[in-house]
Design a protein around this ligand. Structure first.
Ligand code: FES
Length: 104
């Protein structure tokens, strides 16, 4: 129900500029980003194909998909480079005492 927080990882699990895949107990797979001191999360699955965004590179606030080099804004999920055209879902996060939580 709304307002539940789910622990994803420790802030120290993701170095600045890196991305980590986190699998939730309910089967969802998220890509969790650490960028310019903040944490963001999207679905791990690219909206263009069967690629794991957590295997891509963050560049200038965007995640580059490792398959066809499309990209998404990690803050909004907006598709910002072809062949990606459909936004990837984003998730609100909060950090507390060195841990990253999904606010579900
Ligand atoms: Fe991600 Fe094609 S699968 S850009």
């Amino acid at each position: 129900y709304p307002g539940v927080t789910i622990r994803l990882c420790a802030t120290s699990d993701i170095p600045e500029g890196e991305v980590l895949r986190v699998d939730l107990d309910d089967g969802r797979a998220l890509a969790v980003y650490h960028w310019e001191g903040q944490f963001f999360a999207t679905d791990d699955l690219c909206t263009h194909g069967d690629a794991s965004l957590s295997e891509g590179e963050i560049e200038d606030g965007r995640i580059l998909c490792p398959f066809h080099m499309g990209s998404f804004d990690i803050r909004t999920g907006e598709a910002v480079a072809a062949p990606c055209s459909i936004a990837v879902r984003t998730y609100p996060l909060t950090t507390r005492e060195g841990e990253v939580f999904l606010v579900d």
